[in-house]
Design a protein around this ligand. Structure first.
Ligand SMILES: CC(C)(COP(=O)(O)OP(=O)(O)OC[C@H]1O[C@@H](n2cnc3c(N)ncnc32)[C@H](O)[C@@H]1OP(=O)(O)O)[C@@H](O)C(=O)NCCC(=O)NCCS
Length: 190
């Protein structure tokens, strides 16, 4: 890109960002307001309902909401301040034991469509990973639908298929069946 074009792009971004400002805050799940939890649930629903429906997991709103209220979950939420304040993104995770090892497990990373591609997904992922030194864990893990373009996003930040990830099946006719989801993991520097 030519120098002139770069500065024009930066100008546009700056103008857009000056029209809105972001609030980023961290909460224990039990301290989230009902409105915030509902907004988080709505983001998951909007972003992933089709992928859930197309997988053998199916979409079960009650059990998803129950999972999102699990004790021990930490939420980092982004609110956009415009004419009104709206919850527009979040990451949720917990410190847990996975195959005898203490890890940070990412439950959700969700942004509204209009906020994507501005580095906010990376910001939330980094913030979660920074918890590793506080929690003294050296690995983070997550589950992602194999059809989700987010697989590439996570790969970009060093996530690899976990040995615990479901394996592809070769059917009798030779067709390779990709699992509906992957488990990915990353060694963290603590
Ligand atoms: C996945 C998601 C969180 C990414 O957030 P984002 O804010 O758009 O991503 P960022 O702007 O922080 O991107 C950071 C880098 O990742 C890259 N990236 C982002 N999404 C990508 C994708 N789908 N494929 C390849 N690269 C991607 C960007 O190009 C960027 O690269 P750069 O640093 O070289 O410029 C966002 O797309 C999202 O909310 N998706 C819907 C919900 C979802 O599927 N969540 C995952 C559930 S497991």
């Amino acid at each position: 890109m030519k120098r002139k074009e770069v500065s024009r792009k930066q100008q546009i971004d700056l103008t857009e960002d000056s029209l809105r400002s972001f609030e980023v805050a961290t909460y224990k799940c039990e301290d989230l307001t009902v409105d915030d939890l509902t907004a988080c649930f709505d983001l998951v629903k909007t972003n992933l309902i089709d992928m859930y429906k197309n997988s053998k997991l199916g979409w079960h709103p009650k059990s998803k909401l129950k999972e999102m209220r699990e004790k021990g979950l930490i939420y980092i939420i982004i609110k956009t301040k415009n004419t009104q304040t709206t919850l527009t993104g979040f990451i949720s995770f917990m410190v847990t034991i996975e195959t005898d090892e203490c890890v940070i497990y990412c439950y959700e990373l969700q942004l509204s469509q209009d906020l994507r591609g501005r580095g906010l997904g990376k910001l939330l992922l980094n913030k979660m990973e920074q918890f590793s030194s506080v929690a003294r864990v050296s690995k983070s893990m997550l589950t992602v639908f194999s059809a989700n373009p987010a697989v590439k996003f996570y790969s970009k930040f060093g996530y690899k298929l976990s040995p615990t990830s479901p394996e592809a099946k070769v059917l009798r006719n030779g067709v390779v069946k990709t699992p509906s989801y992957f488990i990915m993991e990353k060694e963290l520097l603590t």
